[in-house]
Design a protein around this ligand. Structure first.
Ligand code: PRT
Ligand code: ZN
Length: 298
């Protein structure tokens, strides 16, 4: 592995791997991943992709062993709090919150538990894989509790009489429901994020990063945006535009063989729901097309 290449750590296999790799590919980084290899070399940039357990990524960035990392904010926060509790440094720069890996760390109780506000957690034993985030929250709310640290199967702890409550990641809520638990309070909202080591990069890698950051903005903006084309009566243009969320100035084109209608082309920064399309139609719009956008560069 050459020294001067930009090193990016991503999760090897798990909930963030597919989207992390997809993001890198959308940035134009060409990498060929071989399942058994932990390092993949980009063929068109001086970039190496390191594929690791997500739990290992924060410390490698804090210690400057890798330049960039893609990791869940939950894992990042937990490791940051742990390092600080141990009196160690946990320096990093948050470059970008990404648009995947959404989840929340929540307190949950058995359905049968009579919950009367956060005080109900006083002196309960709470199972979690996130002891430092939990401790931080409980201390801020002045609630004494007992802890039970588990690396996995946290949702089973109450059934197994290992704990009274849990503090675990939730996304759809199906796991809690399947284990007769009710979500009480979200204590930390999370998504995947791109972080950078604090110590400076080489001038060359700094320039490469600048280029990648512009491309990330382009990819993320494109994912949120839609290209809209429709036919509009000439006297309804303003009304139609006012119905469209996050629309920039449209391009107005003549419609062949029509004196009273024009064609509008525009980019909307939001998705377009059926309800809006139906309203557009009521106002007189027709031939409404909503297209995904692949890339944007302003
Ligand atoms: O092997 P490695 O250590 O790299 O992976 P891992 O097993 O530690 O992590 P992984 O792949 O499960 O999750 C990676 C990251 O994805 C997490 O750190 C979060 O940032 C994010 N993420 C998003 C989630 C979820 N959604 C999620 N639902 N991580 C875990 N879950 C689990 C949760 O722990 C619970 O067991 O899914 C279950 C709940 O899901 P619902 O949909 O039933 O509520
Ligand atoms: Zn992990």
């Amino acid at each position: 592995m050459q020294k001067n290449r930009l090193k990016i750590a991503i999760q090897k296999s798990g909930r963030l791997s597919k989207e992390s790799l997809e993001l890198l590919k959308n940035l134009g980084i060409k990498v060929h991943i071989q399942e058994q290899n932990l390092v993949a070399f980009a063929s068109n940039f001086n970039i190496d992709i390191l594929r690791l357990r997500d739990d290992d990524i924060p410390a490698l960035v804090f210690d400057g062993m890798v330049d960039l990392g893609i990791v869940g904010e939950n894992v990042l926060k937990e490791h940051e709090l742990e390092r600080k509790a141990l009196g160690l440094s946990a320096d990093f720069e948050l470059l970008k919150k990404l648009d995947f890996g959404y989840c929340r760390l929540s307190l949950a109780l058995p359905n049968s538990f009579e919950y009367n506000g956060l005080k109900s957690f006083e002196n309960l034993r709470i199972a979690t894989s996130y002891p430092y985030i939990l401790k931080d929250f409980m201390q801020k709310n002045n609630i004494p509790y007992k802890t039970c640290s588990l690396k996995g199967s946290v949702e089973l702890a109450p059934k197994m009489n290992l704990a009274d409550a849990i503090c675990d990641l939730v996304s759809s809520g199906a796991t809690l429901e399947a284990n007769s638990l009710k979500e009480i309070e979200s204590i930390f909202e999370s998504k995947a994020c791109l972080i950078k080591r604090k110590s400076s990069l080489s001038e060359e890698n700094e320039l490469l990063l600048e280029k990648l950051m512009l491309r990330i903005d382009g990819v993320m903006q494109a994912r949120e945006s839609k290209y809209i084309m429709l036919h509009s009566p000439k006297n309804k243009i303003d009304e139609i535009i006012s119905l469209l969320p996050g629309v920039e100035t449209p391009t107005i084109l003549p419609l062949a063989h029509s004196d009273d209608k024009v064609v509008l082309h525009m980019v909307s920064k939001e998705n377009l729901f059926w309800e809006t399309m139906e309203k557009l139609k009521e106002v007189g719009a027709s031939s409404i097309l909503v297209l995904p956008i692949e890339k944007m560069l302003k």
